[in-house]
Write a protein that binds this ligand. Structure first.
Ligand SMILES: NC(=O)c1ccc[n+]([C@@H]2O[C@H](COP(=O)([O-])OP(=O)(O)OC[C@H]3O[C@@H](n4cnc5c(N)ncnc54)[C@H](OP(=O)(O)O)[C@@H]3O)[C@@H](O)[C@H]2O)c1
Length: 287
């Protein structure tokens, strides 16, 4: 399998990355170093994960040259707007102990679902990010959890088009309309919670189909997304799982199975939506 997607500006985005949310809890940067040792070269963090210092230190201690690592961070929704985003970006660089990022994302399009000034806030953040990009402080800029109407609002004033949109995507929550829209705009889609934070891993249908292809359920879920040209950033905490998720066999899922999986009722949605109040975590088919 080709290792990278090529973004609109020619930058190479590793297809599989390591998601660091909660991965430093109680162990400092040990699991991040393990992920680098396993061969991951994309690390996904965010200001809100409060682990940028551990991620930066783990990179330094790993001995892997900084330029071999694709480092993503994000500005949280309480720091939207031009000045706040500028400050947040500089703080992320400092904590990560680096002078550039590979990808910087607006984490959520709105400070809260009832926000009335989110359009101006997003445009302000984006203007700051365009400056970082033009100054060479970041190699690519993008969005996270933006639905088509949020992107359309941003595009009205954007000088540089977003290159990536990171969305919750997994079997049972495929956000087909948002994915198709991004593809039509040449925005690379990347899946967060590609394993549905275990909720989807535990679905009997997934286990049954994975077995049919000789894959583990996690590998099956990742290949399902990669087969649709969607990047993945699974989080795992042991060398065995890290390797299992990175070293994927060259297996493709038959079209009829892809259709079946893409047309399932909702499974395992995390309960967060930019325009709706948060819902308790969803579990299982038909819930
Ligand atoms: N942009 C956003 O708004 C947003 C939101 C949420 C997350 N993210 C990013 O997306 C990344 C991934 O999402 P996530 O951490 O929420 O969920 P996830 O990657 O879908 O699932 C992680 C869970 O799956 C387990 N797991 C991993 N590999 C496995 C395997 N091979 N077999 C069995 N279990 C396995 C992990 O267990 P162990 O850890 O115990 O091994 C962990 O409990 C995050 O770390 C973060 O970087 C972004």
């Amino acid at each position: 399998m080709e290792q990278y997607f090529i973004l609109e500006n020619g930058v190479k985005l590793p297809k599989i990355g390591y998601g660091t949310y909660k991965s430093t809890d109680g162990n400092g940067g040990r699991i991040i170093r393990m992920a680098l040792e396993a061969g991951y070269r994309l690390l996904d963090t965010a200001a809100i994960y409060e682990n940028e210092t551990e991620v930066g230190t783990a990179i330094r201690e790993s001995g892997v040259p900084r330029e071999e690592i694709f480092l993503t961070s994000k500005v949280w929704k309480d720091r939207l707007g031009y000045e706040a985003t500028k400050k947040s970006f500089e703080e992320s660089l400092e904590r990560l102990q680096t002078d550039y990022l590979d990808l910087f994302l607006i984490h959520w399009p709105k400070p809260d679902p009832d926000s009335t000034d989110w359009r101006e806030l997003d445009r302000g953040s984006w203007a700051a990010m365009e400056e970082f990009y033009q100054q060479g402080k970041v190699r690519a800029i993008g969005l996270s959890n933006f639905l088509p109407h949020h992107i359309e609002a941003l595009l009205e004033t954007a000088k540089i088009r977003p290159m990536v949109n990171q969305l919750e995507l997994h079997v049972g929550y495929m956000q087909e309309l948002a994915v198709q829209y991004c593809k039509s705009q040449h925005i690379q889609v990347q899946a967060w919670s590609p394993l549905g934070r275990r909720r989807v891993l535990e679905e009997p249908l997934v286990a049954k189909m994975a077995e049919k292809y000789g894959l583990t359920p996690a590998q099956f879920l990742l290949i399902f997304l990669l087969d649709q040209e969607i990047g993945v950033i699974p989080k795992a905490s042991s060398m065995e799982r890290l390797k299992q998720n990175l070293e994927l066999p060259d297996v493709h899922i038959a079209e009829e199975d892809l259709y079946l999986l893409r047309c399932l009722p909702q499974i395992g949605w995390g309960g967060e939506h930019p325009d709706l109040p948060r819902v308790q975590e969803q579990k299982g088919l038909g819930v």
